[in-house]
Design a protein around this ligand. Structure first.
Ligand SMILES: [Zn+2]
Length: 93
């Protein structure tokens, strides 16, 4: 019988080909949930979901889109927020 922790589906199963061309089953921890827009809840594109040890190895530019509100708001909500803030700035002038 396999280890009790490996009997449940808590860990995801990954098929790995060994150098001897055997296929073995590896058990890995599951990835965290996908990043969502903080305003509308849409799943964000361009934001990788990986375990912290892998995120740490990624460059900052690969962790979120490089634009205002990148990785926080979806493109539609970001556009709205930018327009709203520009209008606010214009009123105060
Ligand atoms: Zn949104």
């Amino acid at each position: 019988m396999v280890q009790p922790s490996r009997r449940s589906r808590t860990l995801r199963r990954v098929h790995r080909r060994t150098p001897g061309s055997r296929t073995v089953l590896h058990f890995k921890k599951r990835k965290p949930a996908k990043a969502i827009c903080s305003q509308c809840g849409k799943v964000l594109a361009g934001v990788p979901r990986e375990r912290p040890y892998k995120m740490q190895r990624l460059p900052k530019t690969k962790k979120r889109p490089e634009r205002p509100y990148g990785g926080r708001l979806c493109s539609a909500c970001a556009r709205r927020a930018i327009i709203a803030s520009a209008r606010k700035a214009q009123k105060t002038e």
